[in-house]
Design a protein around this ligand. Structure first.
Ligand code: 13P
Length: 271
């Protein structure tokens, strides 16, 4: 069997498709264990990678329950310092110690309610990378920015400043999540065309900051009111490489429906 250079290139550019549940501040340890036990067999044969970002207190239980399954457990935030007198904070190595393999950084709820700015998020990304904890950089415009025609400007700033002083090599495990703030928890979601346009824009920004080869390998997830009805059409967009699901990831029924409904997607992750 022989392959043309183009076919080889396409093969290596295949991006993984990842569906992530972000549980936010929901679920106890017991609820976490029960959920994972129940969902693991339902998604065992699924072609996607399935990630769950659980509360700090449930990471260890989740990681143990997920052992031997295809579920990957992560956290929703962390402090940028290695360690120190920072009452109430959690360090990156503590997340790894508990069994987290990835961490959401720069989620709009962190930016909005906890006043995280791009410079702080950049420090957190660097800290996560320094111990091989996979960062998921969340970006997205507010409603005011969209109405002011500043969508691209806002997202470009978040990507550029969030990834400042980092190289493509250091960022090889990065995941990007585009979550328009107006779509989060609102029941409003970007149309597939709007999502695809912004995902292409994010990839173009990555391409300008680093290089097109790097940009073509980074999975970009869509988040914001994803449900079992809109998941498939969003996933069918060429530059949508996965979903970041909030509310609908809390129930076993809706999360497994999202995963199964997305399944018959033709593989369009090839550029
Ligand atoms: P919803 O799916 O509840 O809109 O939340 C999206 C989100 O914030 C995922 O990180």
């Amino acid at each position: 069997v022989s392959f043309t250079i183009l076919e080889c290139k396409e093969f290596f550019m295949l991006r993984p498709k990842i569906i992530t549940g972000n549980w936010k501040m929901y679920k106890t340890i017991e609820q976490t264990a029960d959920f994972i036990k129940a969902i693991a067999p339902l998604v065992a044969d699924n072609p996607f990678e399935i990630f769950l970002a659980v509360p700090f207190t449930a990471i260890q239980t989740a990681a143990q329950a997920a052992e031997g399954t295809k579920l990957v457990i992560g956290a929703q935030n962390m402090n940028d310092a290695t360690e120190g007198a920072f009452t109430g904070e959690i360090a990156a190595n503590m997340l790894k110690d508990a069994g987290a393999e990835f961490v959401l950084l720069g989620h709009s709820e962190r930016r909005r309610y906890f006043h995280e700015d791009d410079a702080l998020i950049n420090l957190k990304i660097k800290r996560a990378l320094s111990i091989d904890l996979r960062p998921v950089l969340c970006v997205g415009e507010t409603l005011a920015e969209r109405e002011d025609d500043k969508t691209q400007e806002a997202v470009k700033r978040q990507i550029t400043q969030g990834l400042a002083d980092l190289s493509a090599r250091e960022l090889k495990n990065l995941i990007l999540a585009y979550e328009p703030v107006w779509a989060i928890g609102s029941g409003l979601y970007a149309t597939p065309e709007e999502a695809e346009e912004m995902h292409q824009f994010c990839r173009q920004v990555l391409s300008e900051l680093f290089d097109p080869d790097f940009a073509s390998t980074i999975p970009i997830q869509y988040g914001g009111s994803v449900n079992a009805l809109n998941a498939k059409v969003l996933m069918e967009q060429a530059d949508v490489d996965g979903l970041l699901v909030g509310g609908a990831s809390l129930s076993l029924e809706s999360f497994s429906h999202i995963i199964h409904n997305s399944e018959s997607t033709p593989d369009e992750g090839i550029l």
